[in-house]
Design a protein around this ligand. Structure first.
Ligand SMILES: Cc1cc2nc3c(=O)[nH]c(=O)nc-3n(C[C@H](O)[C@H](O)[C@H](O)COP(=O)(O)OP(=O)(O)OC[C@H]3O[C@@H](n4cnc5c(N)ncnc54)[C@H](O)[C@@H]3O)c2cc1C
Ligand code: FES
Length: 269
């Protein structure tokens, strides 16, 4: 974990309420692995007091990308930042994805890993998919949103050479329906080796159920309100199974990525 109080913003893109910032932070960029996150101070005054968590979305030449959706005060302030300004970062934080998930088993070898992103949940998965491809792994991204405006990265992910299938709840682009219905269809259609997902909690619960029914290993990136991001405040605890027994764990330290089978669900998908 490092502190970089002067990470320079070098580029900014925007699609409606979705924003992409590129931040120059060579030390944090070098250490980051897919699934890890940054705690970012979005203002220098006392409002908001707490840093906000964002997954690492991309990495290139000493820089990191964050992709986020405006949800409230903090993300709104962040969206107002411009190239040339600096941000105060702590990172990389948390435990990331297991990039070799499902590869060890003979049963699914060679089949693609399915990477399922719902809305802004695509943020850490773009980095995951890029690193897995670098390692020679076949990856298929399933990218879903309410409408076509909620899947703004579709052209970019396609241009990066990825196998990409989109879903929209309102049928305005790609498969018409939930991205979890698309996942179910893809798994019925052809073999897969593993499932990785990030998105709203009901989506993750359904992804986990579908993966478990198909006998596929599954990792999920969870969210929680975070005070510190590195284990000091106990603000992010939830019930997780560890060695078969339920216990309270800190999402920021023990996660945010967990094996689907270890998550204790509080909502039903
Ligand atoms: C590990 C981690 C990684 C994340 N990565 C990304 C990312 O890459 N891109 C991205 O767009 N967002 C990401 N988020 C969510 C992001 O941190 C929140 O949207 C942000 O903190 C909201 O701050 P705000 O001040 O704009 O909203 P607030 O004013 O604090 O809240 C606005 C609304 O959003 C809800 N909310 C805020 N934070 C959370 C949260 N963590 N979980 C559930 N509901 C919340 C509040 O209940 C409220 O209804 C991540 C969260 C975590 C825990
Ligand atoms: S956010 Fe403080 S302990 Fe997890």
């Amino acid at each position: 974990m490092r502190l970089d109080p002067t990470a320079k913003i070098t580029n900014k893109e925007r699609w409606g309420g979705y924003h992409l910032l590129i931040l120059e932070s060579p030390d944090i960029a070098r250490e980051a692995v897919p699934g890890q996150f940054l705690m970012i101070r979005v203002a220098y005054g006392s409002r908001p007091l707490l840093r906000r968590p964002f997954g690492v979305h991309s990495r290139s030449d000493g820089s990191l990308g964050i992709f986020f959706k405006i949800e409230g005060e903090g993300t709104n302030l962040l969206a107002g930042k411009n190239p040339g300004e600096t941000l105060d970062l702590i990172g990389p934080l948390g435990k990331g994805f297991n990039l070799g998930l499902g590869e060890e088993g003979e049963a699914h070898s060679g089949a693609p890993a399915l990477v399922v992103g719902g809305g802004r949940g695509i943020a850490p998965l773009a980095f995951l998919a890029a690193e897995m491809r670098k390692n020679g792994r076949t990856v298929k991204i399933l990218y879903g949103g309410r409408s076509r405006t909620d899947i703004p990265l579709k052209d970019r992910l396609k241009a990066e050479g990825g196998d990409l299938v989109c879903a929209t709840d309102d049928g305005s682009f790609g498969f018409s329906g939930l991205v979890t219905d698309l996942l179910d269809k893809e798994i019925q259609k052809s073999p897969a080796s593993a499932v990785y997902a990030c998105g709203p909690e009901p989506m993750l619960e359904t992804v986990n159920r579908i993966a478990a029914a198909a006998g596929l290993p599954c990792e999920l990136s969870l969210e929680a309100r975070m005070g510190c991001g590195f284990g000091a405040c106990w603000g992010c605890v939830r019930r997780i199974r560890k060695n078969g027994a339920e216990s309270w764990v800190k999402i920021c330290e023990d996660g945010p990525v967990f094996s689907g089978g270890d998550v204790v669900w509080t909502v039903k998908g």
